[in-house]
Design a protein around this ligand. Structure first.
Ligand code: C2E
Ligand code: CA
Ligand code: CA
Length: 739
């Protein structure tokens, strides 16, 4: 219902001061008295009346225009006189207060209207403190300062602005801000209860103006504490605020930030910012996405992509990168850089026999020891399962690199205590020097690799420098591998046999099968040249099977009391089932198991693997004899003899050399012989070359001998003759000795 408004028709108007602005458009100019023309009194009165009527009509008209004008305003407007009485109001004003005609009367006092409203409960904030509220309201009315908000009982919020006029009256403005208030309220709700931490900062100085619960919880500051901070004080490193211009640049949006929490911990954040006005001031709303976990996962992935998961060392990729950096530095100075590739000796057998768990621990142990020898700025990386690379810059001479190698080898050599095993591992190193041998990472690694391959075949357990020409050698090696593979496939390899002599009777007890490779161009190639290649490439298992088969077939045709000894590489135990291979071959050849001896080296026993020992026991249970070859070399330990009941121990030929002259060698042979007697094991001396050595061995009571003194290894065709000669010469002094 539209409230009654002061009617321009019914009642005489109290013309407000504002009316002055709507004066008749063309007032008549007043003339000074001296110029006043003389008129008759009646005329004067008539004219004056007419003028007054015109003025009133014009004023009326101006008033009507004013009312029309204020009626179309979107805000409510009210004019009060100096006593607070209504003079004029527009439609919107009446609409806002939704008043009925009884309170809206021209001349009624606003304070009375207010009182009536209070009594009716129009102002929810007044309920319970009516007088106080009215007093406050009236105080504002006559001492207006800025604006204030007023809540109405129907939920609306009205913004009130009042200003005194020159004549002590009042102009009041009313704006219905309910919708804006609701928006603000829902924004506040959205802000406060948002699970995303949010902060509002002042645009100019970054001072924190407000935070939501999530932000308070996330940072560990109370809301009050937050108000003391600025966004910069939260930032760990950067000094600029996390917002760019009004339009966020893309890179700004993609940036991440590190913030410090109340407890000092760092968090990674993606920050989304929006400019807005907060309490009338330009501000920025920041939504903070904690991406610490994601960052951590990313960092972990990046680390994994560049590191070896087992040892945590850089992998080949990172190594190359780091080498490139070092090479750049090196080019600027006069220093040299050493690139080492270090290979563990026989690591695969440890892995296979003691299990991968022990193998892994060993690798970690080795990595740790390598690191301990190096300086912070040196690089150590893992290249392959049993290969590491070490790069050291700032070297003056190659001798410095040699010194480093010695330290590394020494560090690795001490036994490792792993899961109750005492494990010993050796290493071999290939070295190349930059810039002498090359100045790019790829080439240097290749050089060091070649130097390592060479060292492995020639000086295992030490180090060797890359030399120009190694490349050609490496190619020869690759060619050899191809040819060896082909030779094995064609069964072109054949065993030569070297007799084992009973030193007390001089009779042949058996023959050791030693592989020979008759090469069409290079003649007979000795095993020392191709066994290491066969072991490295895995060809050894095929080679070993071939030798076993040929030796058993050949031996089956020999006299019943002559045995054959076959060498087994530790690697053969890893691939393929040695036990079933031996059983098959014995069956096919018809050779009784008691006539077969298998020679193994201590590296196999060193591994103390349950599976290896079980195989050895099973073979022995068949009647096959097991010999320990090359005793006294490597890491000989008497405990190996306890781990398996060997049938024979073969003293390495290095002890037989100079036996006649060297007292230490004599003492060693003597103790091994007495050890054998105590354990009931046959002792065989390898590499017997002279009569003096033979006499000495006989003197010590050594059971068996093998060596050039008796015979060089010979093809099977010659063996039969040799055995026949033995039969003929049975009575002879030195048995089957052949020069
Ligand atoms: P080994 O098992 O210690 O074999 C004995 C080596 O000593 C043989 O060398 C033999 O010719 C050599 N020899 C024998 N008597 C004397 C002597 O009086 N003086 C000197 N200086 N040397 C003597 P060969 O045939 O060159 O074999 C070298 C190594 O190659 C063998 O050492 C063995 O470890 C390996 N090997 C040979 N054949 C096979 C095989 O079929 N399978 C495996 N896995 N390894 C084999
Ligand atoms: Ca042997
Ligand atoms: Ca040997």
């Amino acid at each position: 219902m539209r409230p009654v408004r002061p009617s321009k028709r019914k009642k005489p108007m109290r013309v407000p001061k504002v009316r002055a602005a709507f004066r008749p458009t063309k007032p008549r100019p007043r003339l000074p008295a001296s110029q006043t023309p003389l008129l008759s009194n009646a005329d004067e009165i008539t004219r004056t009346r007419a003028e007054a009527a015109t003025a009133i009509a014009e004023a009326q008209k101006a008033h009507e225009r004013l009312v029309e004008a204020i009626d179309i305003l979107p805000q409510g407007i009210v004019f009060l006189d100096s006593e607070g009485r209504y003079i004029l109001w527009n439609k919107k004003y009446a609409e806002i207060y939704n008043r009925s005609s009884d309170q809206f009367v021209s001349g009624a006092r606003l304070q009375d209207t207010i009182r009536i409203g209070v009594a009716r409960g129009d102002y929810p904030e007044a309920i319970g403190r009516e007088e106080e509220w009215i007093a406050e309201r009236l105080a504002k009315l006559f001492h207006p300062s800025g604006s204030h908000e007023q809540k109405l009982s129907d939920g609306r919020v009205i913004l009130i602005e009042e200003r005194l006029t020159d004549d002590g009256g009042l102009i009041g403005l009313r704006v219905d801000i309910t919708a804006r208030k609701q928006r603000e309220e829902s924004f506040r709700l959205l802000f406060d209860s948002n699970p995303v931490p949010m902060i509002v900062c002042a645009l100019d100085d970054g001072k924190i103006l407000g935070v939501n619960d999530a932000a308070a919880g996330h940072y560990g500051y109370s809301r009050a504490e937050f108000k003391q901070l600025s966004i910069r004080s939260l930032q760990a490193f950067d000094s600029e605020p996390p917002w760019a211009d009004e339009r966020e640049s893309e890179e700004q949006a993609a940036r991440t930030w590190k913030h410090v929490r109340a407890d000092g911990t760092l968090i990674d954040l993606a920050i989304y910012s929006r400019h807005l006005a907060y309490e009338e001031k330009p501000a920025v709303l920041l939504a903070l996405m904690d991406i610490t976990e994601r960052k951590r996962a990313e960092a972990r992935l990046a680390f994994l992509a560049q590191h070896d998961a087992l040892t945590g060392l850089p992998n080949r990729n990172l190594l190359r990168q780091q080498m490139d950096e070092m090479l750049v530095h090196m080019r600027r100075g006069s220093d040299k850089m050493a690139v080492l590739v270090l290979g563990l000796d026989n690591f695969k057998s440890i892995n296979d026999t003691l299990g991968h768990g022990v193998g892994d621990k060993l690798l970690r142990g080795v990595a740790k020891r390598l690191r301990s020898v190096l300086r912070e700025e040196d690089i150590v990386a893992r290249l392959d399962s049993d290969e590491f690379a070490v790069v050291q810059g700032g070297l003056a001479r190659p001798e410095d690199a040699a010194q480093l190698c010695r330290r590394l080898l020494q560090a690795i050599a001490d036994p490792y205590q792993l899961d109750g095993h005492s494990v010993v591992i050796g290493a071999t190193i290939g070295i190349t020097m930059a810039p002498i041998d090359g100045d790019d990472a790829e080439k240097l690694l290749k050089n060091a690799d070649m130097a390592l391959s060479r060292a492995k075949t020639e000086t295992r357990g030490t180090f060797s420098f890359f030399e120009a020409g190694m490349d050609a050698r490496a190619q020869r090696r690759r060619r050899m591998e191809i040819e060896l593979r082909d030779a094995i496939r064609r069964e072109a390899l054949q065993p030569y046999y070297q007799p084992l002599i009973d030193l007390s009777t001089g009779r042949i007890t058996g023959f050791e099968a030693l592989v020979r490779w008759p090469h069409p161009e290079r003649g007979m190639i000795p095993p020392s040249e191709f066994i290491p290649i066969a072991e490295e490439t895995g060809l050894i298992s095929a080679l070993g099977r071939l030798m076993l088969r040929q030796a058993c077939h050949d031996a089956a045709a020999w006299p019943d009391d002559v045995r054959v000894a076959v060498n087994l590489s530790p690697l053969q135990f890893r691939v393929g089932n040695v036990l079933s291979q031996v059983m098959d071959v014995l069956k096919q050849s018809g050779l009784p198991p008691t006539r077969l001896e298998l020679e193994i080296t201590e590296t196999l026993v060193l591994e103390k693997s349950g599976q290896v020992l079980a195989t050895l026991h099973a073979l022995r249970a068949l009647g096959v004899r097991i010999s320990m070859d090359d005793f006294g070399t490597g890491y000989s330990s008497l405990s190996y003899l306890r781990s398996f009941p060997f049938d024979k121990i073969k003293i390495d030929q290095s002890f037989i050399r100079d036996l006649a002259a060297n007292r230490e060698a004599q003492a060693i042979v003597r103790s091994i012989v007495s050890l054998g007697r105590g354990l009931g094991v046959i002792i065989t001396a390898e590499g017997v070359e002279t009569e003096a050595e033979l006499r000495c061995l006989r003197g010590e009571g050594c059971h068996e001998g093998q060596g050039y003194l008796f015979s060089r290894p010979r093809p099977n065709a010659e063996i039969v003759a040799l055995l026949n000669a033995q039969c003929g010469a049975d009575a002879a002094d030195r048995g089957a000795r052949v020069a």
